[in-house]
Design a binder for this molecule. Sequence first.
Ligand SMILES: [Zn+2]
Length: 435
Amino acid sequence: MTQTLIRGRLLSFLRRPEAIDDTASYRYEEDGGLLVEDGRIVAVGSYATVRATAPDDAEEIDHRPHLILPGLIDTHLHFPQMQVIGSYAANLLEWLNVYTFPEECRFVESEHAARIARHFYDEMIRQGTTTAAAYCSVHKASADAYFAEALKRGMCMIGGKVMMDRNAPQGLLDTPEMGYDETRAVIAEWHGKGRNHVAITPRFAITSTPAQMEMAAALAREFPDLHIQTHLSENHDEIRFTSELYPDAIDYTDVYAKYGLLGRKSLFGHCIHLSDREADAMSEAGAVAVHCPTSNLFLGSGLFPLKALARREKPVRVGVATDVGGGTSYSMLKTMDEAYKIQQLLGERLNPFESFYHMTLGNAEALSLADRIGTLEVGTDADFVVLDASATPAMALKMEVVRSLTDELFLLQTVGDDRAVRETYVAGKAMKAAL
Ligand SMILES: [Zn+2]
């Protein structure tokens, strides 16, 4: 089996950084080597050490002076909203009804879904995102297109056919039975095929009847290892409407808890306005609050208490995500730039090591996939990204005075975007050059 030796400056996290000087939370090799075979990392360390163990005929790729990090991970976005991004709306519910729902109706057509899927994965690769958790549309055809394209590219992807049976146009509604049957069919056809993970995906409480929530509960019982993804506590009107629709629930989080949807593999988009009781319930269940900063600012939804949730006596697990098309950028760098600004407005500091932890290992942990992705450890999948902090003239000029890794990371996060992504490797294969 041929091996590839990749040389560059390696940065990989071992755990969440507790402070800006917490150097034990990451591994950094100024002149590092990664040996890749059959899609896996088989050796990592200083270039000299790895070179000595590598076979003489190993192909060598030199990415110096650029940084090599584990592939970036996006824990929440919407595959059928590529043509919704940047739509002018007053708030969440208007944005859904005027732009998003009509657009998602088009995914009943397999051809349209397949075309957008190609664009979607091209964009992921352009942005250095090697794993994402996405919502498809209500149509099974959209999930088929999404997973078929992931399989073709060898990418580790999470996705689900959305379940929704009310409060949306006719073309976007299933029924409790259809939602159940089609989700089962998607699981049977795609889960575990290649690196695909199917998620149980009720869009949110507003668009599912109690009867459909019962079906989601049944799926969660039958497939306890699957991810569950939905939305929670994004916007005050949404919260109010949800409590009208589910008068027996204590609060919004309790709606999902009642249907057995609150667990360690549950990913809840937004969670901006959680009460203490809800945050405790999330913490006790080990459920994940997914922060979508560009979306929250764009839709004016609110300021997510990222640091405060982690600091609680009962901390809440947190992921970070773009939430395209409510989000305004596919870039995880841009996403953490906006996350930083939201913490600034809340009087908190988010240091660049924490930001890069969140984009990589933090999100892998949020997805319960840290044994496979989000690190450069031996035995894990060879998904990584090559970042160039001098990618644009403005960045190169600033880099002339940058003296530390901290400042370089902060520059990448604050000014960088897809132009800073030199290469994206998926299972050891350079994907960006092939686009
Ligand atoms: Zn969303």
